[in-house]
Design a protein around this ligand. Structure first.
Ligand code: TMP
Length: 225
C-alpha cells in the first residue's frame, strides 16, 4: 500500500517518431521512481481511459480526414487529462505519459500539414479547466524527446507488428514529423530534453536518468533514494 505523497505531482512525457524505442525506457523510469518511493501513473496517448482507448482504436485503424483526426486526438486527450492525469497529479504522483500534445503538433501539424495556429487554440482549450486553476494550462514538466533519424527508425519498424495508419506512412512523413518535434523543442527549450535514441540501449537509458536526476527528481545512481 502506498501512503499519499506530500511531494508535488510530476508530469513527464515521452515523444519521438515511431520506431524511436521509447517504450522500454518508460517502464524503466517508472521502476526507478517506484524504487524511490514515488507512486507512478503510467499511461499513454491516444488512450489512457476507456473512452480514449476506443478513440485510439479508431485513430489507428479507420480512414478519416485531417480535421476529424485532430478533433479525435484532442477529445481523447481531454478525457484522459480530466479523468487520469489531473487527479494523479493532484495526489502527488509521477505521471509518465507515452506521447502527449507535442505528438499532435508533430504528426497532425508537421506530418499531415494541419494548421499550426488551430492546433495552438485546441491545445489551450483542451489543457485548461478540469480542476486546474483559472488561467493555468497543463503542460508537461519535462518532455523526453527520443530523436532518431527517420531512416533508422524505419529499419527498426520493419521487424515490428503489422503497421497501423501512422506506422504505414512513408519516410518523408516521418522526416516532417521529426521536424515538427524539433520545432516544438525550439519553442519550449526549458521543457524539452533531447535524447539521442540512435545510441546503444544502455546509453539511452543513462541519458533518460541523467535528465531526471539533474532536475533533482531522483537521486543519482548509487545515491540514496
Ligand atoms: P504509439 O504507437 O506510440 O502508442 O502511438 C500511436 C500513434 O498515434 C503514433 O503513430 C503517433 C500517433 N499520434 C498522433 O498522430 N497524434 C497524437 O496526438 C498522438 C498522441 C499520437
Amino acid at each position: 500500500m502506498t501512503t499519499p505523497s506530500t511531494q508535488p505531482g510530476l508530469f513527464i512525457t515521452f515523444e519521438g517518431i515511431d520506431g524511436a524505442g521509447k517504450s522500454s525506457h518508460i517502464a524503466e523510469l517508472a521502476g526507478a521512481f517506484a524504487n524511490a518511493g514515488r507512486s507512478v501513473t503510467l499511461t499513454r496517448e491516444p488512450g489512457g481511459t476507456p473512452l480514449a482507448e476506443k478513440l485510439r482504436a479508431l485513430l489507428l485503424h479507420d480512414a478519416m480526414d485531417a480535421l476529424t483526426e485532430v478533433l479525435l486526438v484532442f477529445a481523447a486527450r481531454r478525457d484522459h487529462l480530466c479523468r487520469v492525469i489531473e487527479p494523479a497529479l493532484a495526489r502527488g504522483e509521477v505521471v509518465l505519459c507515452d506521447r502527449f500534445t507535442d505528438a499532435t503538433f508533430a504528426y497532425q501539424g508537421a506530418g499531415r500539414g494541419f494548421d499550426w495556429q488551430s492546433l495552438l487554440k485546441l491545445e489551450l482549450l483542451t489543457q485548461t479547466g478540469c480542476g486546474l486553476e483559472p488561467d493555468l494550462m497543463r503542460n508537461p514538466d519535462l518532455t523526453l524527446w527520443f530523436d532518431l533519424p527517420p531512416a533508422v527508425a524505419a529499419e527498426r519498424l520493419v521487424a515490428a507488428r503489422a503497421p497501423d495508419r501512422f506506422e504505414a506512412q512513408p519516410l518523408e512523413f516521418f522526416t516532417r514529423v521529426s521536424g515538427g518535434y524539433a520545432e516544438r523543442a525550439r519553442q519550449a527549450p526549458q521543457r524539452f530534453a533531447r535524447i539521442d535514441a540512435a545510441l546503444a540501449r544502455e546509453q539511452v537509458a543513462a541519458q533518460v536518468l541523467q535528465q531526471v536526476t539533474a532536475r533533482g527528481w531522483l537521486a543519482a545512481a548509487g545515491g540514496a533514494a
